[in-house]
Ligand binder design. Structure first.
Ligand SMILES: *Cc1c(COP(=O)(O)O)cnc(C)c1O
Length: 537
């Protein structure tokens, strides 16, 4: 399998180059040359596999054996998911008849980003070790990962990269503006290769500094910067696994024989709390590979650029209150634009090249028409240029109609988020479940779509909803406590807080203060810390 850029100027990248490069040189994102075909009888073959075994089957469709022998992939996958607390890795929990949550928060930092980042850390280490083994020049291949965080990505990246050979990680967070739990999760990791930079400034300042460093060719050449945000293809790829895993869990739950036609016809939807569109994009790949999901529901909070796109065919940065991101109770979804949406746009553009977007181009097609792919790349590049210059672009209505065959969308307010958390905690006649605010957005969106489109909810009708639970509620204590403070019998310590969090706030920390949001100062700090690790450059 080779990879190409969404903007058409780069192709034939190996998986290794794709993962180690992150962003394509033309500014686009990497996508596979074609979407692979599932093996015949995949349902029967895969239905009884463990999460890890299933991961190897799916990942090997995207990673050639010549790039990574199967036994190495197996080892990598085993190590990546050994850090999870649940033996099924991403179990499916029923919260009401026909309504399930896919719990993605059993990794080390209690959020779904662990599923991808535990794997990505091992991939980086694997490729660097091999380069160093094969390169006889005596030079050491290293990666310096630099990222900005408002909370979630930072801790998952740190836990994915801690203690990895030839990798140093620098995570910038805005001083005093990260939730106490998240700050403690990041800064109590004391491994030598982990550096938390606490910057006087806002999250946007941190992000601007990181962009500046990536654009600084000399600095980049000297330190080989690596990215761990969800533009990295490996993150998307790792996430496709749990969509398949959820499907098999559902068949088991409903006692459906995977070999039967019923398995093909079971009517299920995924609702995905969405920010940068990475998580739901993985679902789209699973769907294009042949997973028989009905709809993928893009659940947004009030930062709703994606919801508005599906309503209006226009992708438009919000303009209210001087165009700033709105702070909501689901902060990991507070975005102005969604970086991974560009990948979906490429597929929509290519389908439109064929017949104006009336049908999807045969999904699992390895003999893709290169001319159509090049044209799609040009279309995406034009759209992205417009977005940069005027803050918006519009696609043909036919393109959105085509997308809506797979996608549906709903926007959820903070008030609705809180109401839903309450509803599932103490609804009479149903087991109590504590949703985190992000998951609550997904559950609320699923309910709104069911009502709006007059779907027949399970068990009377056939619509089953699987909502992706992207974080453990203990990580977002403020929203959960606000929702449940007056619920009879609610006790945060007892009902929500996992034992791993006990005493976390009092543990030893290591943080490097950065007094000004200034790229030059950050470069000084990074180089000082690298020397401290004993690295020469
Ligand atoms: C990152 C994150 C999201 C959004 O995921 P995307 O892949 O950016 O769409 C949702 N919920 C939580 C808890 C997250 O950490």
């Amino acid at each position: 399998m080779k990879y190409r850029s969404t903007r058409g100027q780069a192709k034939n990248y190996s998986f290794e180059e794709t993962v180690m490069t992150g962003l394509s040189p033309d500014g686009g994102l990497f996508i596979p040359h074609h979407i692979p075909v599932l093996p015949a009888n995949w349902r029967q073959k895969w239905s009884k596999l463990s999460f890890q075994e299933l991961a190897v089957e799916i990942l090997s469709l995207f990673i050639d054996e010549s790039e990574m022998p199967r036994s190495d992939l197996e080892d990598l996958v085993q190590r990546s998911y050994a850090t999870f607390r649940h033996d099924q890795v991403t179990p499916l929990a029923k919260i009401r008849d026909g309504l399930y949550v896919l719990e993605l928060f059993h990794g080390p930092t209690f959020a779904f980003k662990d599923v991808a980042l535990q794997f990505v850390g091992n991939l980086f280490e694997y490729f660097l070790e091999r380069r160093n083994r094969e390169d006889k020049s005596g030079k050491t291949h290293r990666l310096t990962v630099v990222g900005a965080t408002s909370g979630d990505t930072g801790s998952a990246a740190i836990y994915g990269l801690r203690n990895k050979k030839n990798v140093s990680v620098f995570i910038l967070h805005p001083k005093g503006r990260v939730s106490p739990i998240q700050e403690a999760q990041m800064t109590t990791v004391l491994d030598e290769n982990v550096h938390n930079l606490s910057v006087e400034g806002t999250f946007d300042d941190c992000q601007d500094i990181v962009k500046n460093l990536f654009g600084n060719k000399e600095f980049n050449d000297r330190h080989h910067l690596g990215a761990v945000n969800s533009i990295n293809w490996a993150r998307i790829l790792a996430q496709t696994v749990y969509y398949f895993n959820a499907y098999f869990s559902l068949l088991r739950e409903l006692n459906i024989d995977p070999a039967s036609s019923q398995a093909e016809e079971v009517n299920f939807n995924f609702s995905v709390p969405t920010g940068n569109f990475g998580d739901i994009l993985a679902g789209y790949y699973a769907y294009r590979m042949g997973l028989p999901a009905n709809k993928l529901i893009v659940a947004t909070n009030e930062n709703d650029i994606l919801y508005r796109f599906f309503e209006s065919s226009a992708y438009e940065k919000q303009t209210g209150a001087d165009g700033n991101v709105k702070e909501t109770l689901s902060p990991a979804m507070d975005i102005l634009v969604s970086s991974n949406f560009e990948r979906l746009l490429w597929y929509l553009a290519r389908d439109a090249e064929v017949d104006g977007g009336k049908t999807e181009v045969a999904a699992a097609d390895s003999s893709v028409n290169e001319k159509l792919c090049d044209e799609a790349g040009q279309t995406v590049a034009t759209w992205m240029q417009q977005l940069k210059e005027v803050g918006s672009f519009k696609v043909n209505d036919a393109v959105v109609l085509n997308a809506r065959k797979v996608f549906d969308s709903a926007m959820v307010t903070d008030k609705e988020t809180l109401d839903t958390i309450r509803e599932f905690f103490d609804k009479p006649g149903q087991a109590s479940y504590v949703l985190d605010p992000h998951t609550s957005v997904g559950v609320t969106a699923a309910e709104q779509v069911t009502k709006r489109d007059q779907l027949l909810a399970y068990p009377k009708g056939k619509e089953i909803m699987i909502c992706l639970a992207t974080a453990h509620p203990a990580k977002f204590s403020e929203a959960v406590e606000t929702a449940l403070k007056s619920a009879p019998g609610f006790d945060f310590q007892k009902d929500v807080l996992p034992s791993e969090f006990h005493g976390l706030l009092d543990k030893e920390r290591r943080v490097v203060p950065v007094e000004r949001a200034d790229p030059k100062l950050v470069i000084e700090v990074i180089e000082r810390e690298l020397r401290g690790e004993g690295i020469q450059f």
